[in-house]
Design a protein around this ligand. Sequence first.
Ligand SMILES: [Fe+2]
Ligand SMILES: [Fe+2]
Length: 154
Amino acid sequence: MSDADRREAETVLNPAAYAWFRALPRDLQWHGLRVMRDLQQAGVDQPEVLASALLHDAGKAEGASGPLVRAFSVLAVQLAPDWCARRKGLDYRKAQGIDRVLAIAYQHPQIAAERARQCGCDPVTIDLIRNHQDTDRGKMDPLLHLFQQVDDQN
Ligand SMILES: [Fe+2]
Ligand SMILES: [Fe+2]
């Protein structure tokens, strides 16, 4: 991550949120930056929306992170949806191993939204983070829909 990349993030985040972003695993920082840039390409310039792009998946940092774990979660949910869905409501702080990985996969939007609130982020930022995996809601909300499209492509 270059100084220029860091400055890009710094301009749309408050100091607490920026410190949080900088502490994320590298792959989550890059994912956030790519989503932000693609939203900018699509004409979005509100800092509150761009901030949500940087932080939307930050909840994943609560668990073992990285491309392999992420691929596992996606695959597991496809192959064994019911078995996985039983992990939705687990307290991820207490869960272990696979249960914890899946609980965090499901709950990462809520985890990050709560942290964004604690960092004093704008309500627009918090809502987009909280709803970014909710595709039903995206069908009724053009901005959320665009966010989800860009997220999927990254
Ligand atoms: Fe996500
Ligand atoms: Fe994402």
